[in-house]
Design a protein around this ligand. Structure first.
Ligand code: BGC
Length: 381
């Protein structure tokens, strides 16, 4: 039996072929479908439901805004919801979108294993589902995944730690520095599929230095389960760092902290300040997301680095995927092996990220228009 989704794709294909024929056929492979993508054959505008996890971290606000803008420019109506990191609320929001009959869904999940009922309903209604940044696990109705190369993000975080400590140079070559340096490890939320990818990428990169005794995790806490921070919470990170400082660093110094997210980094910095580390004598602390408050801390020499994931590019990729589905095409994947959600390997489009040290703020963040110099100086708007 041909599924309804496939016949929808076939019908869309016929429509695009007809449109291409009418317009003389030439140009468009993919980039301009959006211009007529918003209207169905009978002129009705299509709607895309966009579910984002939270507004407490600025990256998700930027993601939500950019996805909405891109979809609207492509001619679609948008139903954008943030769930305040509350799982039942996100479930309810997606239930509502399915019930109102959206034509496609773009979802950045809070808990990647908690949306099966919603995805079953979307599947039954033939609504294509695009997982945004975070994979949705345990369900076959995830059609496509747009994200960054999450393992590489972890490698970059560890490389930034090694560079900050002077163990490798800017080309990644070992300097011969022997340390030993005391470090601590932090990981993200256990229910976010990305968190283990980041952690594995980082630990694989740090392991030779730990095995050689150049790096020492003085607390002995090296397992994901020991270092993960539920919901990526800044407060929880601060508490864990407070505890580590009290239990392990009464007489020793911390030289480096692997942090997977800028919010967690700021919690760690608060804890360190609390026991007297001066701003100009902080350990080497990594991060992720290039949040403006942390970019200022990097500019001021307090946090060492972050990872810049250009949310504008991710948003554009998700708009392209949605537009493809709504025009009856399968989006183009550049990875069909890595992201097994327990039921299937989800075709994915992976983007690249960049390490940001102080010297990279101007070329990567300001010159690209992500932030203005004034925002960096102020650490906000
Ligand atoms: C994202 C990161 C982000 C984290 C916390 C992860 O799923 O990939 O960019 O730092 O969530 O919001």
């Amino acid at each position: 039996m041909i599924s309804k989704k496939l016949s929808a794709i076939a019908a869309g294909l016929t429509l695009s072929l007809t449109l291409a024929a009418c317009s003389g056929g030439g140009a468009g492979s993919g980039s301009n479908e959006g211009s007529n993508g918003g209207a169905t054959g009978d002129g009705e505008q299509k709607t895309v439901g966009v579910a984002m996890p939270t507004q407490t971290s600025e990256r998700w606000i930027a993601d939500g805004d950019a996805v909405k803008k891109g979809l609207e420019e492509a001619g679609y109506k948008v139903e954008l919801q943030f769930a305040g990191d509350d799982i039942p609320k996100q479930q309810q929001q997606i239930d509502q979108m399915v019930a109102q009959g959206v034509d496609a869904l773009i979802i950045a999940s809070i808990d990647g294993t908690a949306l099966s009922t919603q995805l079953d309903a979307a599947g039954a209604a033939n609504i294509p589902v695009i997982a945004y940044d975070r994979l949705i696990n345990g369900n076959e109705n995830v059609d496509f995944y747009v994200t960054f190369d999450n393992y590489s993000v972890g490698v970059q975080q560890a490389t930034a730690l090694l560079r900050g400590l002077g163990l490798v140079d800017a080309d990644g070559k070992e300097t011969g520095e022997k340390g030993p340096f005391n470090i601590e490890l932090f990981a993200g939320s256990p229910d976010d599929n990305n968190a283990t990818f980041f952690f594995n990428g980082a630990v694989d990169t740090l392991k030779p230095f730990i095995d050689a005794g150049t790096l020492k995790v003085a607390s002995g806490q090296t397992e994901f389960g020991q270092v993960a921070i539920q919901r990526w919470s800044q407060d929880e990170a601060q508490k864990r760092m407070d505890n580590l400082l009290a239990s392990t660093y009464q007489s020793e110094k911390v030289h480096g902290v692997l942090s997977p997210f800028d919010g967690i980094s700021r919690g760690i910095i608060t804890a360190l300040r609390g026991v007297g580390y001066a701003d100009n004598a902080m350990p080497v602390i990594t991060g992720q997301d290039a949040e403006i408050a942390s970019v200022k801390l990097i500019n001021d020499g307090i946090q060492s680095s972050t990872i810049f994931k250009d949310t504008r590019k991710l948003a554009a990729q998700s708009v392209l995927a949605a537009t493809d589905y709504l025009n009856g095409k399968e989006p183009e994947a550049n990875d069909t092996k890595t992201y097994d959600n327990g039921v299937k390997v989800v075709p994915s489009f992976l983007l690249e990220s960049d390490i940001v040290f102080k010297d990279d703020i101007k070329p990567l963040l300001i010159d690209s228009g992500y932030f203005t110099q004034e925002q960096v100086d102020k650490g906000g708007n």
